[in-house]
Design a binder for this molecule. Sequence first.
Ligand code: HEC
Length: 141
Amino acid sequence: MTFKTIKPVLLLSAMIAGQAMITTAHAEGDAEVGKKVFKKCASCHMVGEGAKNKVGPYLTGIVGRSAASVEKFKYGKSIVAAGEAGLIWTEEELFDYLKDPKKYLRAKLDDKKAKSKMAFKLKKEKDRLNVIAYLKTITAE
Ligand code: HEC
């Protein structure tokens, strides 16, 4: 009796685990394509050697960097609060942030009045995956 009820559950969880692995494998961006996507960001952000702050902070080494951690960049209050709360820009966090920075900060801080100084949204999932793959290649040396 117990055997019969447990077995389908095990089978089902094995199927879910397999599915999750497949999904993760597909969720890898293409850095070459991402370089082109970054043109949308380049009016406000610099990357690479000698990168400076523009309208937005420079993004060299952004993957793995603490939020709002570039000295001399005047961040908005909300992203500073998120940084102080320990937010690190992992690929997953960036993926959510880039879709809608204001909405992301509101959810993250559980504050309906949170604001973002970044007035740009990267809606397409593919674009976000690709641009993150590209940013991953721009590490701080
Ligand atoms: C119109 C200008 C503008 C564009 C375009 C823009 N950003 Fe931003 N970005 C900003 C500003 C301003 C901030 C600072 C946000 C704040 O203080 O709330 C920011 C912040 C960020 C941060 C957080 C940095 C940190 O140090 O915590 C990341 C990551 C980021 N942008 C990535 C991108 C990417 C990737 C793109 C392109 C897909 C992009 N941005 C496009 C203006 C822009």
